[in-house]
Write a protein that binds this ligand. Structure first.
Ligand code: ZN
Length: 509
């Protein structure tokens, strides 16, 4: 495994830097940060100066009925600008102080931002490393280093992105503050709920590790940090009560009741780094590919159950949602760059996909991903194709669901998982998939056992378009999805005896 020290960013840069001089709004005293700073007894301290940071997008999963969905644009400070040179400390960016449209071309988690003169409002005076808010001062220069949208997206070791394939070493940081506790689960139980690692209890049947392994056919595997011999840290960590099965207990010397969850996350990661760097040899927190913070409900979550960097390494979970498989896979999906899956006008409402609003059970329901997301992960790439429908000869394909694909119960070259169609009238593409309720997708109820049509593109919200079925072959009734440039239908080819459905696609004359 690679060890991240200071990222060597310039090797990746290919786009010129862009300079902007701020002329936008100064910090408003009415601003209340929902994520970093604010909250019980936390006052802002202020300092001014040059800062450099990595731009981050944070996506919350809202659970409280009146809570307003709000993505947060944040920035992870380079360590030389944080006291004690601790890395990973994240601040909200006060976006009204930046020029209009400043963030439109930003590639989150890879773009660097340098501000010649910033007002840094630090949360929790006297309590270090809580983050806060960064404001671009009037007349100051903001410089973006764009590293290229989509360029080398999954590869470069200097990019803090979670991988979509291979092993992802995941460390669970289990916060132990002064005044509250993660009362739903012990650290040992949480290892079972995330990785299925049972100690003195029955093995958790469905968890983030097992679900993603099944949906991906073994292509993406969450492994507990320092828990296997393949990791450089495994030899020097004595699996003990403070760090076992990928879960690290992290005492933090502060109260967290009413404190913004982002500030608490910063405290937890800062304390975790101190613990890990005190080991011999030292362990770098950011050498793990994903970091899951579990924090008591008593912190201020602003109505969210959890949130994650999109894309990125970090997620944070309210204790009472941390053990629920659907929430885990939803947030880890954000870490690998997946946006939400919507239906109609509701961004969360495609329930054929865990990037919709997940259900909140411990072990389910077991659902994989819709066509757009399934294409984006690349897991099924060898059995998925781009189709250009003809107006004369229909394109036909036998579709199988994720379950049969993941167990190899199909004929390669004959069966397909995702069909993608370009419609020249829209920038997104149509994705056609058989939403078979079986195996890791057995819990699906939305568009169950139907052929789904999803409109989407990488790094965008996808939108459910249609669910085709059931088929009445006797009555010669085949459901059809029509768009200007093509029409698609489906019909049963072998009455589901091998779980495949034949679809045909034809462009309109
Ligand atoms: Zn989400």
């Amino acid at each position: 495994m690679h060890v991240l020290t200071k990222p060597s960013l310039f090797a990746l840069a290919f786009a010129p830097s862009c300079n902007f001089v701020a002329s936008a709004q100064p910090f408003s005293s009415s601003f209340s940060s929902s994520m970093f700073g604010g909250g019980n007894g936390v006052n802002f301290a202020e300092r001014e100066g040059r800062v450099k940071c990595r731009v981050i997008l944070i996506e919350p999963l809202m659970v409280e009925p009146d809570a307003k969905e709000r993505s947060t644009v944040a920035c992870m400070l380079y360590p030389e600008y944080e006291g004690d040179s601790i890395s990973g400390i994240t601040y909200e960016l006060y976006t009204p102080s930046f020029p209009h449209g400043f963030f439109e071309d930003v590639d989150y988690s890879t773009t660097d931002l340098t501000i010649s003169a910033a007002l840094v409002k630090t949360a929790g005076a006297g309590r270090e490393h809580g983050g806060g808010v960064i404001v671009l001062k009037n007349g100051a220069t903001a410089t973006k280093e764009l590293h290229g949208k989509g360029m080398g997206l999954r590869g470069g070791s200097s990019r803090r992105l979670a991988p979509t394939v291979g092993n992802s070493s995941l460390i669970v940081l289990y916060a132990v503050p002064l005044d509250a506790s993660n009362s739903d689960r012990t650290p040992t139980q949480l290892a079972n709920d995330v990785f299925g690692m049972a100690v003195n209890e029955t093995q958790d049947p469905v968890n983030a590790r097992s679900q993603v392994l099944s949906c991906s056919g073994g292509k993406l595997s969450y492994i507990p940090a320092c828990g296997t011999s393949g990791q450089s840290c495994s030899s020097n960590v004595n699996q003990s009560i403070w760090f076992k099965n990928g879960v690290l207990r992290v005492p933090i010397p502060y109260n967290v009741t009413g404190i913004a969850s982002g500030t608490v996350k910063n405290w937890v990661e800062a304390e975790a780094q101190k613990i890990l760097q005190a080991q011999t040899p030292q362990i770098n927190l950011y050498s793990f590919t994903q970091i899951m913070n579990v924090i008591p409900d008593e912190a201020d979550w602003g109505g969210a159950a959890a949130w994650a960097y999109l894309p990125g390494q970090t997620s944070a979970f309210r204790n009472s949602y941390s053990w629920r498989m659907g929430v885990q896979v939803h947030e880890f999906g954000h870490n690998i760059g997946l946006h939400h899956s919507g239906n109609g006008t509701a961004e969360y409402a495609d329930h054929s996909c865990l990037l919709g609003n997940p259900s909140y059970e411990d072990d389910g329901p077991e659902i994989c991903f819709n066509g757009a997301k399934s294409w984006e992960t690349g897991w099924y790439a060898t059995d998925s194709v781009d189709v250009v429908p003809s107006s004369t000869v229909p394109f036909t394909a036998d579709l199988i669901g994720a379950a049969d694909w993941s167990t190899g119960t199909y004929t390669p070259g004959s069966h397909r998982v995702v069909l993608r169609i370009t419609d020249s009238t829209v920038t997104q593409k149509y994705h056609i998939m058989y939403n078979r309720a079986k195996g890791p997708n057995a819990g699906v109820t939305f568009a169950k056992d139907k052929v789904t049509v999803t409109l989407g593109a990488p790094q965008q919200v996808s939108w459910h378009q249609a669910a085709l079925g059931p088929v009445n072959a006797a009555g010669n009734v085949y459901p059809v999805f029509r768009k200007e440039k093509f029409n698609g239908g489906n019909k049963v080819s072998k009455a589901c005896e091998n779980d495949s459905l034949q679809v045909f696609l034809q462009s309109l004359p």
